[in-house]
Structures are given as structure tokens and as C-alpha cells.
Design a binder for this molecule. Structure first.
Ligand SMILES: [Zn+2]
Length: 83
């Protein structure tokens, strides 16, 4: 399952959990997290690579540029990166 990074909208009011960026493992079909699981304050997703929704070929090109040699398709939208 992919891992997404979130951070508090306002780190000043966040708790110890969301004051720093934190990772959440979610299924692709799951809706994005909108509140900190610890304190309930609003959080936003930090966009990191690869962008969800990118085509498989785009993902592949992106990975190759990063030095990955092979991507094994595990299932719908999930890839295992082979070095
Ligand atoms: Zn929090």
C-alpha cells in the first residue's frame, strides 16, 4: 500500500504527532486524510513523488531517471521497485 505524507495546516497549533510531517499508509481508493488522527486538527497532504494518477509509463520514466531499473506491477496502481 502506498504511503502518504501529511502535515498540520497550522503547525503552531498541531500536536506532537502532526507538528512534524507524518506518514500514513492508505489504499489508493481511500479518501485523503483531512484531520490528524491524534488531535483532530486539519491536516493537508504533502505531495511527493510519484504523483498519484500519473500514467504507468510516466511513472516508469520517472523511476528510470531516479536510477531504478525495473518496476514490477503488483496490482492495480501498485508497483514494486526493483533495483
Ligand atoms: Zn495532531
Amino acid at each position: 500500500m502506498p504511503t502518504y505524507e501529511y502535515e498540520a495546516h497550522d503547525p503552531e497549533t498541531g500536536c506532537a504527532h502532526c507538528r512534524q510531517p507524518f506518514e500514513v499508509t492508505q489504499r489508493i481508493a481511500d479518501p485523503p486524510l483531512t484531520a490528524c488522527p491524534a488531535c483532530g486538527k486539519p491536516v493537508r497532504k504533502i505531495i511527493s513523488l510519484p504523483a498519484i494518477g500519473a500514467s504507468a509509463s510516466g511513472f516508469d520514466d520517472h523511476a528510470k531517471k531516479k536510477g531504478f531499473h525495473k518496476l514490477k506491477r503488483l496490482g492495480k496502481g501498485e508497483y514494486e521497485v526493483k533495483y
